[in-house]
Design a protein around this ligand. Structure first.
Ligand code: SF4
Length: 123
């Protein structure tokens, strides 16, 4: 089983691909996002989109995983801000639970961000 087997159930594969990449002023991906809303692999797709776009210099284009490019950029900005706050509060000596309470995320998320930050610092 491939880690991309979920794509077999992707609803977008059964529609016009141009819907996901609207071009021109006033064009938007509303129809695509409606299809995404009913897609059974939306979670997997959104995670994959983030991986691919992060490795592509953070460029966001078209609808993907149930979100427009603008929505994904906003989500990334919010996540980046939260991650910066986790690093800052960690340096102040707060526990993962305390940071999670302050920022409205789980201790597990705090741990994941701390680990990623340590790996970045070591690289
Ligand atoms: S959620 Fe992803 S896989 Fe599903 S229709 Fe939207 S873009 Fe396609």
């Amino acid at each position: 089983m491939s880690r991309l087997d979920w794509m077999d159930a992707a609803l977008c594969a059964q529609t016009d691909p141009d819907l996901w990449f609207p071009e021109g002023a006033g064009q938007h991906a509303r129809t695509a996002l409606r299809v995404c809303a009913g897609c059974p692999v939306r979670t997997e797709c959104a995670e994959y989109a983030q991986q691919v776009e992060d490795s592509a210099d953070g460029r966001r284009y078209g609808a993907w995983g149930g979100k427009s490019a603008r929505q994904r950029r906003r989500q990334d900005a919010a996540t980046n801000f939260r991650d910066q706050q986790i690093v800052r509060l960690t340096k102040q000596g707060l526990s993962a639970a305390e940071i999670g309470d302050r920022l409205g995320c789980t201790s597990r998320t705090v741990g994941r961000v701390r680990k990623a930050h340590r790996q970045q610092e070591a690289a």
